[in-house]
Design a protein around this ligand. Structure first.
Ligand code: NAD
Length: 371
């Protein structure tokens, strides 16, 4: 079928390419950026996404169109669909999996808790099972897996900055609980089945083609439209702070993780070393109070926000996040270089063209209200 041909073309490596990667969540914010970065250096890339309607599907379709232009095919399927996965793995020998598909967001769990179990736990186990059985009999190794965990696993940790060895036994939301569950599952699949797995704890990623459910995006939209924005405050008047991390820095971290995801070969070059399980923070190391963040956004949008400061609802947001990235610096050469002023300038430039869309496109966010 046409499907097969498109997948094989998309999976073909170009000059300079070393890997054949399955990117799950490829129509998502982070997935679309990393897919393009991998393709541009010659790697074979096949995407998978179910295009769910957690936020406007038109935005996911627009990202997918960018990928298609670059020669990347996205298989439209739910990751829980074992039959599709097994067909795909029979067709293509993936050397690496970049697993970014997930039910994101903290507040939506109040409305739809099972979406988190379905997409963050069920889909992850389905994928791990597929990797476990695939290519087992061939001389080629199983694919190395890199996947998105989250800074939310630190939960009610009060020690800053957050380091990978800190406690993660007190998640503050259902989203965080499923991301923590994934780390436990990943570690288990590593030691009982020998899969190489890397968990990346992202810290509030922002940038062009971002997620309209996230505060930075809805703040920009509300400021442009003259609507009030809600700024949450802690019980003692403390301001929320986030370690906002620019997409390009996160993309570099993902690519470096893939490049180092397979254990290096032994000195004979024949036998592979033990499968590895790794966890890295990918943050910016510079937490910014949300009020200050809004001021930078106002500067770039050249418009004042109508600030509505309210007590934080009990929906699972933590008061602050702050990454220590020493481990990723040493192992991956990860080096976040984009400060918030620069990154938000780039985001606003994109947002304005997206929002005005030259009158030629539909309004992708029409009627959309984030949870
Ligand atoms: P996103 O929602 O834009 O992308 C996720 C994509 O996965 C979406 O396109 C969605 O349609 C797809 N998807 C969801 N469930 C699926 C399923 N069952 N089968 C197939 N496809 C499915 O989110 P993002 O911001 O790009 O996040 C990527 C990853 O990083 C997620 O795992 C997220 O939890 C994690 N993360 C993101 C941030 C951030 O700030 N953006 C922070 C921490 C962790």
């Amino acid at each position: 079928p046409a499907w097969k041909k498109a997948v094989l073309q998309s999976a073909a490596r170009q000059e300079g390419g070393q890997m054949t990667v399955l990117v799950t969540g490829a129509a998502g914010f982070v997935g679309s950026h990393v897919s393009l970065a991998l393709k541009s250096r010659g790697d074979g890339v096949v995407g998978l996404d179910n295009f769910n309607d957690y936020y406007p599907v038109a935005l996911k379709r627009a990202r997918a169109a960018n990928l298609q232009k670059a020669g990347i095919f996205i298989v439209e399927a739910d990751l829980n669909d074992k039959a599709v996965l097994s067909k795909l793995f029979d067709l293509v020998h993936f050397t690496h999996i970049l697993h970014l598909a997930a039910q994101a967001g903290v507040r939506y769990a109040v409305k739809n808790p099972l979406a988190y179990v379905h997409s963050n736990v069920g889909a992850f186990v389905t994928l791990l099972e597929q990797c476990k059985v695939s290519y087992g009999k061939s001389s080629n190794p199983q694919p190395a897996i890199v996947y998105a965990s989250s800074s939310s696993v630190y939960g009610l940790n009060s020690k800053v900055p957050f380091s990978e060895d800190d406690r993660t036994d007190h998640p503050a939301s259902l989203y965080a609980a499923t991301k923590k569950a994934d780390e436990v599952l990943a570690h288990t699949y590593n030691h009982i089945y020998g899969l190489s797995i890397t968990a990346l704890r992202f810290f509030t990623v922002y940038g062009p083609w971002g997620r309209p459910d996230m505060a930075y995006f809805s703040f920009a939209r509300n400021i442009v439209e003259g609507q009030p924005i809600k700024i949450f405050q802690g019980p003692h008047g403390e301001e929320l702070a986030r370690d906002f991390t620019f997409i390009d820095d996160v993309v570099k971290g993902c690519v470096a993780s893939l490049d180092t995801a397979l254990p290096s070969t032994g000195s004979s070059g024949k036998k592979r070393k033990k499968a590895q399980f790794r966890i890295f923070n990918l943050g910016n190391t510079q937490p910014v109070k949300v009020g200050d963040f809004v001021s930078i956004l106002e500067k770039h949008l050249k418009k004042k926000a109508k600030r509505n400061v309210i007590p934080m609802p009990a929906t699972g947001d933590v008061m602050f996040t702050h990454a220590n990235v020493t481990k990723a610096r040493v192992a991956l050469g990860y080096n976040p270089t984009t400060d918030l002023d620069t990154g938000l300038g780039i985001f606003v430039k994109w947002y304005k063209s997206f929002y005005q869309h030259g009158g030629s496109n539909e309004d992708m966010l029409k009627g959309y209200k984030p949870y």
